[in-house]
Design a protein around this ligand. Structure first.
Ligand code: F6R
Length: 357
């Protein structure tokens, strides 16, 4: 099934442009307008706050989704780690809508939340790659990712599919709520698809980055601000789970509040600069760690790039950059694991779907 690819993970990274095209196709009507079931939109319009519940990579996709729901649809949104929410439920609004994000639809921690909120009579929507899954069957509504089966334990195409589907949901909500924040999303997602393809074609250059930054290191840091901070969290998770390099993602501005003490001569720091508003800030943070000996790998976006940046991704809509920048981090994790001789698709201690709490 993995065909000519050495690993499922590599295949699934490469599947991403096709998954994007499939999503674009599935979520538009004959007139090429964005389309989401009316019941789902009605539920969303009817709620005063969204609670996103997820784990791991799906939680990281939820963080990006929050930006879409708040900035486009104007709906206040909280994102919660499922295993925490169950035992420490926050104060809920009057009319909450719960959105469960889960590739497998089988994550027990998320299901435990679903069971609880159903007892309270709250509405639920599951965003999943597996329509017949437990979370899909038990929630009021389902949105399907259409990413195709994901076999590798490290999630790649499900993350980008989750972000794409959440962007569509938030744009349709914005349209139906008359928010005046609509963009030509299908056109922008098509540009994203082209950009992802360009990075896939450029994989050998990313393997070189791994040779240069990660061959012997025990740890690595991922910094960014706003959306780039969230992508850094995902980059760090991907790297640690398959390469076993200790990796941490954090907000660039938090460095000086403690973490900078960990920077030593040659500590690799991956910095992401795709957001105009904080471009100079993150570059300032990169200089702070560089001055203390860090080896900074600056990944920026065309238009915001500066001389000396290590890698430049193609320009896409500023709200959609995570779909593209994460692909660089997926390849970094893949090659780091491969070069260390690890089992890329089946990292130690991990299972594809976590069906125990
Ligand atoms: C990381 C990874 C896990 C899952 C998490 C949630 O690469 O795969 O962190 O994202 O276990 O799984 P789902 O999305 O199936 O609920």
């Amino acid at each position: 099934e993995k065909g000519t690819y050495d690993h499922y993970m590599l295949k699934e990274i490469n599947d991403q442009p096709a998954a994007m095209r499939k999503i674009i196709q599935e979520y538009q009507d004959e007139d090429e307008n964005l389309k989401i079931d009316t019941e789902i939109i009605d539920q969303l319009k009817d709620s005063d706050r969204i609670y996103v519940i997820a784990a791991g990579t799906s939680y990281h996709a939820g963080l990006i989704g929050k930006e879409f729901f708040e900035k486009w649809a104007g709906v206040p949104t909280e994102v919660h780690v499922a295993s925490e929410f169950v035992y420490n439920t926050p104060l809920l609004s009057e009319k909450p809508l719960f959105i469960f994000i889960s590739q497998s639809g089988e994550t027990a921690d998320s299901r435990a939340v679903l069971v609880e909120i159903k007892k309270l009579g709250h509405k639920s929507l599951t965003v999943t790659n597996v329509p017949g899954s437990t979370l899909s069957r038990e929630a009021d509504q389902t949105l399907t990712l259409h990413a195709g089966p994901e076999i590798a334990v490290a999630s790649t195409k499900a993350y980008t599919a989750q972000i794409a589907v959440l962007s569509i949901l938030a744009q349709v909500a914005a349209r139906e709520l008359g928010k005046g924040t609509e963009i030509n999303l299908m056109q922008e997602l098509a540009k994203v698809t082209t950009a992802i393809t360009a990075i896939i074609d450029d994989a050998p250059a990313i393997e070189q980055i791994v040779n240069e930054y990660l061959e012997t290191t025990r740890n690595a840091f991922f910094i960014g601000r706003t959306m780039d901070y969230y992508v850094g969290l995902e980059g760090a998770l991907k790297l640690k789970e398959i390469s076993y390099i200790q990796a941490e993602g954090f907000a660039g501005g938090e460095l000086k509040h403690g973490t900078i003490a960990l920077i030593e001569e040659n500590t690799p720091v991956f910095a992401l600069a795709t957001q105009e508003k904080v471009n100079l800030n993150i570059r300032g943070n990169a200089q702070e760690v560089e001055a203390r000996g860090a080896k900074v790998c600056m990944v920026s976006m065309e238009g915001l790039n500066q001389e000396g940046d290590t890698y430049v991704i193609p320009r896409v809509h500023e709200m959609l950059t995570p779909l593209v920048s994460v692909v660089v981090y997926q390849f970094i994790a893949y090659y780091a694991a491969l070069h260390r001789g690890n089992d890329v698709d089946k990292p130690r201690n991990l299972a594809k779907s976590v069906t125990v709490e």
